[in-house]
Design a protein around this ligand. Structure first.
Ligand code: PSU
Ligand code: MN
Length: 305
């Protein structure tokens, strides 16, 4: 591996695993800084790292701390990020260089985490939900940079499917146009984060993490250069009723519109309103699914290594 620039730091345990060809799973940090409230954010971040380790892989949570892009955080660094509050930025592709230049601290989105993972040589990444096409995007143009990243960066992202705050149909169309495979793990229907049902059939189903790893190796062997979405349905026992999720999403979306929230603030606004409106039920679901995604990502990383 070429030496990292002075503004990038690969944690020793992560560097060691990569040097030895051992499995590593990247984890994002916008879920810590903007996705979940304290103290659930730190608890979840630690539980997710544990799930990766239990699966036999090394976790590498990505974030920008004081102008350094970290790949792999210590428990102290995770805890600092979790308590950081409003001074901490949300950093996607367009923000990365600016945050690093000014010595800032930021959670990295799926897009920014994929960039860091690819730079470090990590191919598998676990999170809760990806960004996508928001309803009304034909007027707002609000399409997450996560989708562009999936189209151009060869990292597999294990998630629980697109959250139903998004226009799932348009998100799938966008991914298809850009040649991004969407693999549903162990189900015939694409899951939608809180629920196992999205109303959309899985464009591809795989039941075996080893087969997913083989498919990824072929995809990258073909020189396709794209990422992949691995959609892992939430456990039945943790899933929320689809009609309740739809009702709450509609309330949150109306509140966002009334408050004039747009741009990078929209996703965090919707997530926090959904948490409040479900009185913590979505938090529990969130934590369960992200742990389950981390475990599946570890299996895929082990099979790839
Ligand atoms: N969806 C979730 N939880 C999250 C996010 C999305 O269910 O925490 C975060 C991820 O970090 C994702 C980002 O990359 O929001 C997308 O933000 P935007 O829509 O502004 O691109
Ligand atoms: Mn957006």
């Amino acid at each position: 591996m070429t030496p990292a620039p002075e503004w990038m730091l690969i944690a020793p345990a992560v560097a060691r695993a990569l040097d030895r060809g051992q499995p590593v799973v990247a984890l994002e940090s916008t879920i810590i800084t903007h996705g979940l409230p304290a103290p659930h954010n730190l608890e979840t971040a630690l539980a997710v790292e544990r799930a990766v380790r239990d699966g036999g892989a090394t976790p590498a949570t990505v974030a920008v701390l004081d102008g350094v892009l970290h790949v792999g955080l210590t428990e102290d660094e995770l805890s600092r990020l979790a308590q950081a509050g409003p001074d901490v930025d949300k950093c996607s592709r367009r923000d990365l260089a600016a945050v690093i230049e000014r010595g800032g601290t930021a959670g990295t989105t799926v897009a920014a985490t994929m960039i860091a993972a690819a730079l470090a040589g990590i191919h598998v990444f676990a999170t809760g939900g990806i960004g996508g096409v928001h309803p009304g995007a034909h007027r707002s143009f609000d399409i997450s940079a996560d989708l562009q990243e999936l189209a151009r960066t060869p990292v597999a992202v294990v998630c629980a499917g697109p959250k139903s705050i998004l226009d799932i149909g348009l998100t799938l169309e966008y991914l298809e146009t850009h040649g991004v495979p969407v693999i549903t793990f162990g189900a015939d229907e694409l899951p939608a984060f809180h629920t196992r049902e999205s109303g959309f059939p899985a464009s591809q189903r795989q039941d075996d993490p080893g087969a997913i790893a083989r498919q990824l190796r072929i995809q990258w062997g073909l020189g396709l250069g794209t990422g992949a979405v691995i959609a892992n349905p939430i456990a039945e026992s943790e899933a929320m009723p689809a009609d309740e999720v739809a009702r709450i999403n509609a309330i949150a979306a109306r509140e966002a519109e009334d408050a004039g929230v747009s741009g990078k603030a929209l996703t965090p606004f919707l997530l926090s309103r959904i948490e409040a409106l479900t009185e913590g039920r979505s938090l529990r679901a969130n934590r369960a699914l992200v742990e389950s995604n981390a475990a599946l990502a570890a299996k895929i990383a082990v099979a790839l290594s």
